[in-house]
Design a protein around this ligand. Structure first.
Ligand SMILES: C[S@@+](CC[C@H](N)C(=O)[O-])C[C@H]1O[C@@H](n2cnc3c(N)ncnc32)[C@H](O)[C@@H]1O
Length: 235
């Protein structure tokens, strides 16, 4: 990705956040407490299928966290939650929105990497309605590689991709109409990066699909960092 694309993503999302962050995060559900209710519902839907593998003491990351619509609920469920976003304006508003939660931490990123986090640091990485706005396939691939790097063995990555164009054929991809990601892209990345596919390219929306991937190894499905620490294997 050229720096130009990174700059464009930051500039456009900063402008959207300044104009009306809630509208661009949850169009049609941005009013009052409806915004948070939509986050509660989406957090439930995202986590429900994973629940046998989840534990309270997991360290969780959301890529493209906005002002923390999902993070506010993730932080009630998990001990430590981080969000990263390309827009410093989203992050600033999000820090105010999440001020009561001392286990939720938001970071402004470069729009392509998770450079602020060490290797094998997280148990669960999530990304919802973010990659569908990224105009460059290499940037999405880079995030998948970065998720692989920051996940511990046994860690999970659940992310949503755009599968078909939203507008007429030939429309340019931009920071709203992102690039389509095929099943073949996902399979090639998993193979190359060493992700095991738990649930590939599924969903009920015709233009998007969920991918759930797992880093091989670890101590068995769902064994928590707390359990590992107790047994002297913690990080
Ligand atoms: C539709 S909002 C969704 C926010 C959040 N995931 C939620 O569901 O409430 C998309 C978010 O992705 C962020 N974003 C867009 N491109 C990004 C990139 N390349 N890296 C990180 N965040 C990005 C935007 O700034 C925005 O906050």
């Amino acid at each position: 990705m050229t720096d130009d694309i990174g700059e464009r993503m930051r500039r456009d999302w900063d402008a959207r956040a300044k104009e009306d962050a809630r509208h661009y995060i949850a169009t049609g559900e941005s009013d009052g407490v409806l915004f948070s209710l939509s986050g509660c519902r989406d957090a439930y839907r995202i986590l429900e299928e994973l629940h046998p593998r989840l534990r309270r003491d997991m360290r969780v990351l959301e890529i493209g966290c906005g002002i923390g619509r999902l993070v506010q609920f993730l932080a009630l469920i998990f001990d430590e939650v981080h969000g990263v976003d390309v827009s410093a304006e989203m992050v600033e508003q999000g820090r105010a929105f999440l001020a009561r939660l001392d286990n939720a931490h938001l970071h402004a990123g470069d729009g392509r990497s998770l450079a602020m986090f060490p290797d094998a640091h997280f148990d669960l990485v999530l990304s919802y309605v973010v990659f569908q706005h990224i105009p460059d396939k290499d940037v999405v691939r880079r995030y998948v590689a970065e998720a692989r790097r920051v996940l511990r063995p046994g860690g999970l990555f659940k992310y949503l991709v755009k599968t078909t164009p939203w507008a007429a054929q030939g429309e340019e991809h931009d920071t709203w109409h992102g690039v389509e990601i095929t099943r073949e892209d996902v399979e090639a990345w998993n193979e190359e990066l060493g992700f095991e596919l738990l649930n590939g390219y599924t969903g009920d929306d015709p233009t998007t699909a969920w991918v759930v991937a797992r880093v091989p190894g670890g101590e068995g499905a769902g064994e928590s960092r707390g359990e590992q620490r107790e047994q002297g294997r913690g990080r």
